[in-house]
Write a protein that binds this ligand. Structure first.
Ligand code: NAI
Length: 217
C-alpha cells in the first residue's frame, strides 16, 4: 500500500478499535456505513475518522460512505492480521494461563506454538492444547520452530534474563506483561516491544472518576 509507511503510531493505535467495530458491523450484516454514522457509533469525530482512514488511501466515497468489508480487510492487512506469526508464552501462572486460554491469537495475527515455565508442577500440562515445557528447552525449541514473538507473563525479576535469552534465540517481538519495562526503542536492534500494564488503565479510570466526582460536588 503506497501510503502505509507514513501511518503515524497514533493512528495505528486506533486501528484495532476500527477493526473490532467493523467486524461487529459485518456480523450484523452491515455492508456500508457513512463516516457520520461510524463517528456516532464509535464516539470519534467524523473528521478524525476521515483523517485516520485517509492515511491509507481512504476508501470512503462521497455519498456512499465506507464499504465495511473493504475497510475491514484493509485494516487487517495493515495490522498484519492476514498472516500468522509464531509465538511462545513464558510463564504459565495465573496470568499466562488466562492469556493462553482467552486470547484468540489466530484472529490477531499470531499462533501460539509453545509455553514455557520453570515450575515442575506445570511442565507437561497442556493449556489450550499447547504443551508446557521446561524453560531449559527454550533454546532447542527456538532452533527448531523459530518463533518470532514471545509473550512474557513472568515475574519482573527474571524478565531481563529471559528476554535476553529469547533475543539470542531469534525472537523479534515481545508482548510483555511483566512489570519490567523492556526498553521501547529497540528497533535499531531489530526488536519491537509492547509493554502492557492493566494498572495504567485502572489508574486512568481513577483519574476520570476523580474528575467526574469533583464536578458533581
Ligand atoms: P504467577 O506467580 O501466577 O505466575 C508466574 C509464573 O512464572 C509461574 O508459573 C512461575 O513458575 C513462572 N516463572 C517464574 N520464573 C520463571 C522463569 N525464569 N522462567 C519461566 N517461568 C518462570 O504470577 P501471575 O499472576 O501470573 O503474574 C505474572 C506476572 O505478570 C507478574 O510479574 C505480575 O506482576 C504480572 N502482571 C501483570 C499485569 C499487567 O497488566 N501487565 C497484570 C497481572 C500480573
Amino acid at each position: 500500500m503506497a501510503h502505509e509507511k507514513n501511518i503515524s503510531k497514533a493512528v495505528i493505535k486506533r486501528l484495532p478499535r476500527y477493526y473490532r467495530f467493523l467486524g461487529e458491523l459485518l456480523n450484523q450484516g452491515v455492508t456500508r456505513i457513512s463516516s457520520r454514522l461510524l463517528s456516532e457509533k464509535m464516539g470519534i469525530t467524523a473528521s478524525q475518522i476521515r483523517q485516520d482512514l485517509n492515511c491509507f488511501g481512504g476508501f470512503g466515497q462521497q455519498g456512499y460512505g465506507y464499504n465495511v468489508n473493504v475497510l475491514y480487510e484493509e485494516i487487517a492487512s495493515i495490522l498484519g492480521l492476514d498472516r500468522q506469526v509464531d509465538a511462545i508464552l513464558i510463564g504459565a501462572g495465573n496470568l499466562g494461563r488466562a492469556v493462553a486460554n482467552h486470547m484468540e491469537f489466530e484472529q490477531r495475527g499470531f499462533r501460539l506454538i509453545g509455553i514455557f515455565d520453570e515450575n515442575p508442577a506445570l511442565i507437561g500440562q497442556t493449556i489450550k492444547g499447547v504443551l508446557v515445557r521446561s524453560t531449559d528447552k527454550i533454546e532447542p525449541f527456538c532452533r527448531v520452530y523459530h518463533p518470532t514473538a514471545a509473550i512474557l507473563c513472568i515475574p519482573k525479576t527474571v524478565t531481563k534474563e529471559i528476554s535476553d535469552r529469547l533475543i539470542d534465540a531469534g525472537v523479534k517481538g515481545f508482548w510483555n506483561f511483566s512489570h519490567y519495562d523492556l526498553a521501547l526503542n529497540q528497533k535499531e536492534r531489530g526488536i519491537v516491544v509492547e509493554n502492557v500494564h492493566m494498572s495504567d488503565s485502572l489508574m486512568t479510570l481513577s483519574y476520570e472518576l476523580k474528575t467526574l466526582l469533583s464536578e458533581e460536588n
